[in-house]
Design a protein around this ligand. Structure first.
Ligand SMILES: [Zn+2]
Ligand SMILES: [Zn+2]
Ligand SMILES: [Zn+2]
Length: 329
């Protein structure tokens, strides 16, 4: 098996005839000049075996152990051992290549070449333009709809942009924990931060003491409607990025309807957090029957509290407008 970054070719061009000869993986390091015609008769029974296995014998090649087989399906030539022909089902490498390209296309990628370091992997061009390495079995799972393609380079670009927008520079991954990254703050301090905390802007700098709670935030009121529920639920919360928080951070399924009823900006996350807590306390005290209990939230939303039934929506709205608007102004 060749190692390194140069992928072994799937075929060689035969020097004398100019024909394209496909090579099985075990032989794809053998250079074109080795595949010369080998003189000698082709025993009759070989033809019969080849035909039964979907090939015709084109010629003998290289040495007494090898044959050049022509695929009855695609017409391409593949080098195989006589032994393989006699004892196993030889593969048409050209048909395999085509199947690989078809699989990549069905998965929304374009196949570039095999991964020389691992035969289960290929190198592909993603729709975004990035070159990515993927397991062929993973592509099958994409086409089966089990997983979705996601480009790790685009993800990193997004991580970098998100960090930059709040004054942090993404340096590298944390070698000890896949959920963490190493960032440098605009003050120069280098710090390890959970990727998701950076995503939501919830980062304090231990170098200069700047706190995420001192950055602008919002208190929001959402109406969430599940297709299998008679009535919607009301979610109250605060977020630095309300528009992003809803679906992703709350872990809501695609079929949940999300209606933003209120969104009030605050100058700092600290203020928003205090007001939000006050509001929850008031609601819990005044309308305990309207609080959705924790077991009901499981499987639907990523929070354990802060969700209310809409029976007294008008009361909640009034309270929200009174408390939040007063505090915000
Ligand atoms: Zn073929
Ligand atoms: Zn990408
Ligand atoms: Zn700092």
């Amino acid at each position: 098996m060749p190692k390194g970054n140069t992928p072994a070719p799937d075929y060689v061009i035969l020097p004398e005839s100019g024909l394209r000869l496909y090579l099985p993986r075990g032989s794809n390091h053998v250079p074109a000049e080795v595949w010369v015609p080998y003189p000698g008769p082709i025993p009759k029974d070989w033809h019969a075996i080849a035909e039964a296995k979907g090939f015709a014998i084109h010629s003998r090649i290289r040495d007494k152990f090898h044959l050049c087989l022509q695929c009855q399906t695609c017409g391409a030539l593949t080098a195989q051992k006589v032994f393989t022909l006699r004892t196993a089902q030889p593969a048409c490498v050209a048909c395999q290549c085509q199947a690989r390209e078809d699989l990549a296309q069905a998965a929304g990628l374009s196949f570039l070449h095999r991964d020389p370091s691992n035969r289960h992997y290929g190198i592909f061009r993603a729709p975004c333009g990035h070159k990515i390495s993927r397991q062929f079995a993973f592509l099958e799972r994409i086409t089966a709809g089990e997983v979705a393609h996601r480009c790790e380079y685009c993800l990193e670009d997004r991580d970098r942009a998100e960090a930059q927008s709040i004054g942090w520079n993404l340096l590298c991954r944390d070698p000890d924990d896949a959920n963490y990254r190493i960032y440098q703050h605009s003050c120069g301090h280098v710090q390890r931060v959970a990727r998701t905390n950076m995503h939501w802007g919830q980062v304090d700098c231990a170098g200069c003491g700047q706190s995420w709670t001192s950055r602008p935030s919002n208190i929001y009121l959402l109406q969430l409607t599940w297709p299998d529920q008679d009535q919607p639920w009301i979610k109250l919360g605060f977020s630095n990025h309300p528009e992003k928080r809803f679906r992703h951070q709350l872990g809501l399924a695609e079929d949940v309807d999300v209606d933003l009823l209120r969104n009030v900006p605050f100058e700092t996350g600290h203020e928003a957090c205090c007001v939000e807590k006050k509001l929850h306390a008031t609601l819990r005290e005044a309308h305990p029957d309207q609080v959705v209990p924790r077991p009901e939230l499981e499987d639907r939303i990523n929070v354990v509290s802060e969700v209310y039934r809409p029976d007294r929506l008008q009361t909640i709205l009034t309270l929200f407008d009174r408390v939040v608007t007063k505090e915000a102004s």
